[in-house]
Design a protein around this ligand. Sequence first.
Ligand code: ADP
Length: 434
Amino acid sequence: MNQNWRGAVVRHLLLLVVCCALLGLISGEYAWALVLGLGAYLAWHVKQLLRLHHWLRHRQPDEAPPEGYGLWGEVFDNIYHLQRRDQRVRGRLQAVIDRVQESTSALRDAVIMLDSDGNLEWWNRAAETLLGLKTPQDSGQSISNLLRHPRFKEYFEQGNFQEALELPSPINDRLRLQLQITQYGNREHLMLVRDVTRLYQLEQMRKDFVANVSHELRTPLTVIAGYLETLLDNVEEVNPRWLRALQQMQQQGARMQNLLNDLLLLAKLEATDYPSDNQPIAVDLLLLSIKNDAQALSAAKHHRISLEADAHLKLKGSEAELRSALSNLVFNAVKYTPAEGEIRIRWWGDEQGGHFSVADNGPGIEAKHLPRLTERFYRVDSSRASNTGGTGIGLAIVKHVLLRHRARLDIASVPGKGSTFTCHFPAQQVIRRS
Ligand code: ADP
């Protein structure tokens, strides 16, 4: 109440008391006159209060407050202004919400809001065309009931949304979608879904092209290598001046054959998501056979190759793929470690899963190369790679095979001291037998 109103109320009360006193003087009943006066005053206030209450309860939108007198009139007007202001603010907020909803509805990418349990709260029109969500039936449904792809289920349950997920659309196999989930607020999820069919087709074309070219080059190369071998088998009939050229041609031919085989293997690995088989593999036996091959490869270089493997720990996956990945790492250690060097192969398990490592005391790799080492054709030193007959695809194959077995590759290296390549397999891929 401001100062003016306080004065006015005091004045009214004083006036009332004076009137009551006058009435008391006339009637001789001072007490009754005061009671009567104050009672009337109280009744008037109660009436105003009831009018206010009635207006607040039953008012129509925008209905003006009832006419009030004195302080009550001021109270009615103030409440009315507060309500009008509140309405205006709400209207503005609603307009903002409507605009955001309209613009997200018009997006070609799907936007889906999920609560902390993964139940659908809101989605735009594109979500209906890309994922087949139905309004309003699907509201409150769990997203994993609507997107039933096993990879989505696994991705959502893991809760690690660092990388986007690519899937075929549940309503149209030819559509390829990229899903990206972001968590916000109280563990709610915002899911963005993009149509990446065009990119996927281009990528597919690239893979097919590499696979086809590699396949087509194989036959002519086999013919050339065959003739070279025949020529070198009958070396006495060959002009001695051609001998070195022929030997080099045979060496480079073998390198090209390795390269084609690696490219074909990589194309095959890229063609499917998961390894075709998921059999338990006796890693210790697999490593023993790889170690023997490594010993044969090392031959005159006399590396000291040791193997420590837990015979009770098996790995689920494709044996052929794992043989190719693990042998790539072991053979790299043999190729790059100088004669008499030491190579340690290990396979062990702990609560995180299974781990395979190859450590050598070879030349090591500078830190700046490490992040790019698993790229196709990436070599630390191309002259060194050509000496060793390397193709630069070995570690790309390793990375792909590991990805398909949900594993990751760690590379630690100190130039001049040696390198350690470690593969970490998650617990779900490992079987322990006591
Ligand atoms: P490559 O067929 O050339 O061996 P990789 O993809 O297997 O291709 O390896 C990529 C590069 O990583 C190699 O060219 C080599 O320089 C480096 N590298 C791989 N393993 C080792 C190792 N054990 N010690 C040193 N360098 C290595």
